[in-house]
Design a protein around this ligand. Sequence first.
Ligand SMILES: NC(=O)c1ccc[n+]([C@@H]2O[C@H](COP(=O)([O-])OP(=O)(O)OC[C@H]3O[C@@H](n4cnc5c(N)ncnc54)[C@H](O)[C@@H]3O)[C@@H](O)[C@H]2O)c1
Length: 299
Amino acid sequence: MGDLTGKVAIITGSGRGLGRAEALEFAKLGARVVVSEIDRPEAKEAAESVVEEIKGLGGEAIAAYGDCADTNDSQNLFKTAIDTFGDVNIMVNNAGFLRDKALFNMTDEEFDSVVRVHLRGHFVNMRNATAHWRAQAKAGGEVYGRLISTASEAFLFGSAGQPNYAAAKGGIVAMSMGAAQLMMKYGVTCNVICPRARTDMTDHGITAEIFAKPEEGFDFFAPENVSPLAGFLASPEGGNVSGEVFIVWGKRINVVQRPQLDVFYDNEDAWSVDNVGTTLGKHFEGRTPVTDGYSVPPQ
Ligand SMILES: NC(=O)c1ccc[n+]([C@@H]2O[C@H](COP(=O)([O-])OP(=O)(O)OC[C@H]3O[C@@H](n4cnc5c(N)ncnc54)[C@H](O)[C@@H]3O)[C@@H](O)[C@H]2O)c1
């Protein structure tokens, strides 16, 4: 199960955190890994150390540096993968950062930079990956393609202090669903994971407390609890799973139900504000706005 021998995987932001755990997981499954990181000294050091760890396990890996949301850097990333390992089979979009603020305090820069790194970051790499696999198919070649996107429960439940992040993650889910439909005919899958883990990103405030490593017992928020799902989705056995969204942490994998149409009301005549009010008034009677049916469920 999960044999990735010979497959080539690019993982953005894989010097640290969840990306690092995925890089090691994929390497253990036999994949050749491109450890992609931002071109900054501490990120490069982290990426080099992941490459060395993989080589120490007898695997193959190379580091590549650039901005995950930059068109040229993404093209160079694919060029590095193809020049070094001959192909790209698995594209994991994972890199990103936070700039949390309430909507009324958020600057344009805080909004744009977070949407850019997450949503555009997914877009440029998904564009290159899908173009690569389409070209392979058109040339009559064999295609093995897996897209794995990284969203967050912030997309699903909203996140009052993260309007930029929640919007970017919602966009990633929508784009990934479309990619799954588009690429189905080539046998390429696309799925989304919404993880929870103790990483640099969550090492502050309330999450640092909740995700802290316990002195004994199972470490629920270790990034290594997330990477097996990515390994499965990347594998041949995951070939019939596409267009799905998962929440994953600890010992649980939650398959997210796709958005469904709820009840509908047909009016006998054209709608007026009055009869909309009467009809929907009944529907929402007794409901508490926002928190009733639209909040993070209790754990
Ligand atoms: N940790 C969690 O609980 C959690 C929850 C929900 C979603 N996520 C998502 O998981 C993914 C990984 O997050 P993490 O928790 O491992 O965080 P992390 O901060 O440990 O890792 C993110 C990595 O992305 C890299 N990066 C940042 N900007 C980049 C850029 N422009 N180009 C290339 N690389 C860049 C960083 O250098 C870092 O190594 C993110 O998409 C995050 O939104 C994490």
